[in-house]
Design a protein around this ligand. Structure first.
Ligand code: GLN
Length: 470
């Protein structure tokens, strides 16, 4: 049922009044129209959704001028699942335009910026909430919703979670339906969950992690069952005793020795492992993500989405191509244009073998590195054969190379922005579940996160170890 369009509100939050208005709102739209229901697993729980996940009572803008005031004709499956369990959709959250960015700074001029609300002392210059799901992370951190949905293509749930001091889960590729989620790079895009603690994230994940015939990349019931059987067969049933944790030797940034000692004390075995291809993950990711984005974003500018910009008719004497060019020039921001150009170049006849295919090859090598390292077999390929009896169950490393950078500072700009994804893109390229859990503060007093990555389909395992780290 379609409800009358709600008024855009910019400064009020739904769950509890904002404690202070020094931070601009992380929301692009706040829902004061439709309450949650009093029954269901999420009865009355406020959950925010990222602005690239379709919801039909408010514009789904992807934080882009191209889709400003675009109203989706339907609700994304994952949001339908939340509503069916009684959740209140708190509103839609700001993001880097079309998911491209790591700071939620690639915004259209009509949105105020997003600030990280985890400031250790008042009066500090505002810091980044991470991106591209920075609005979702900041909304959870400020306490205006219980949980929030984000999307994670190369780290967009985990990096903001780490910067804002909340939990962020990127599930295995295909675990949550992407029907109704506006694509950035299809072979990498995942819907993820942010929340204050593991229990909340797990609760929401269990509601939205379902097969969906409307998304052909969404895992079927039988594959989910195989993954469950494998975890029952190969893993201790609870606790972390007997779990094997691998620390990749290639990653310079280390987690605190206190955390590792604690995990050892709980009966886990911690050892060094090697993932040689991880070093090439960042360039491979940017080639593949840009290539897919250049193709996905080709659909905008033709008028099919009905945003006011797209609906503009031809100027007198203008050809169809000229109109499309004008709308795309006006509708896309600088970062998006840069990536469309880079991706088109990587897919061009001259560059294809040398750039795109090379990146695909690197992705394959990285997947093999992970698979050689895991003790648990991959449910999709060889469920009955334990691959490596001496392998590990989980890989642990810091989520980010640093704490949240100051907005506008040099370390947050240009190629430094891309560097921030260094530790999040490997799990995305391999399609593996990965959770970022708050793990203390850096020397500057800002939150740090630890990432836990496991075999495909083993969300239960990363959540379990996450609970021990929390
Ligand atoms: N920062 C990465 C990028 O810009 C990841 C973004 C994402 O996961 N959506 O592509």
């Amino acid at each position: 049922m379609r409800v009358t369009k709600c008024r855009l509100q910019s400064l009020k939050a739904p769950l509890k009044p904002r404690t202070s208005d020094i931070h601009p709102t992380p929301y692009s739209w706040i829902n004061t129209c439709t309450p949650g229901s009093s029954t269901g697993n999420l009865a009355g729980i406020s959950i925010a959704i990222k602005d690239n996940i379709s919801y039909d009572i408010a514009p789904t803008s992807c934080s882009s001028s191209m889709l400003k005031d675009y109203n989706s004709p339907y609700i994304a499956t994952c949001v339908q699942n939340l509503i069916a369990e009684g959740a209140h959709i708190a509103g839609q959250t700001k993001m880097d335009e079309f998911g491209m960015g790591s700071q939620t700074t690639h915004l259209p001029p009509f949105y105020t910026p997003v600030h990280n609300s985890a400031s250790p002392s008042p009066g500090e210059p505002p810091r980044s909430a991470g991106g591209s799901s920075g609005g979702s992370a900041a909304a959870v951190a400020e306490g205006s919703c219980w949980a929030a949905l984000g999307t994670d293509t190369g780290g967009s749930v985990r990096l903001p979670a780490s910067y804002c001091g909340v939990v962020g889960l990127k599930p295995s590729y295909g675990m949550i339906s992407r029907r109704g989620v506006i694509a950035y790079a299809d072979s990498l895009d995942c819907v993820g969950v942010l929340g204050r603690d593991i229990d909340t994230v797990e609760h929401v994940f269990n509601v939205i992690s379902r097969p969906d015939e409307g998304d052909m990349t969404c895992a079927s019931s039988s594959i989910r069952l195989t993954a469950f059987d494998i975890s029952q067969r190969h893993l201790p049933h609870d606790g972390i005793e007997g779990l094997r944790i691998g620390i990749p030797s290639e990653i310079k940034q280390k987690v605190s020795s206190g955390l590792l000692d604690y995990l050892r004390g709980q009966g886990a075995k911690v050892e060094e492992v090697s993932l040689p291809s991880i070093k090439k993950a960042l360039p491979a990711y940017y080639v593949l993500a840009c290539a897919e984005a250049s193709s996905n974003l080709g659909r905008f500018g033709g008028g099919w989405f009905g945003s006011p910009l797209e609906r503009q008719s031809r100027i007198e004497g203008e050809s169809g191509e000229e109109r499309r060019k004008r709308i795309r020039t006006e509708g896309f921001g600088r970062e998006v244009k840069k990536r469309i150009l880079a991706g088109t170049w990587a897919l061009s006849a001259d560059e294809f073998n040398n750039t795109y295919l090379k990146a695909l090859h690197l992705r394959q090598l990285l997947r093999k590195d992970y698979q050689n390292m895991f003790r648990i077999p991959h449910p999709l390929f060889s469920p009955s054969i334990p691959q490596n009896q001496a392998g590990v169950d989980i890989i642990l490393h810091p989520t980010a190379i640093r704490t949240a950078p100051v907005l506008g500072a040099k370390e947050a700009k240009g190629s430094n922005e891309y560097q921030q994804d260094l530790l999040t893109v490997p799990a995305s390229l391999a399609g593996l579940p990965c959770i970022s859990v708050p793990a203390g503060k850096g020397q500057d007093g800002w939150p740090l996160g630890v990432s836990l990555t496991s075999q495909w389909g083993m969300e239960g395992l990363v959540l379990r170890l996450g609970r021990a780290v929390e």
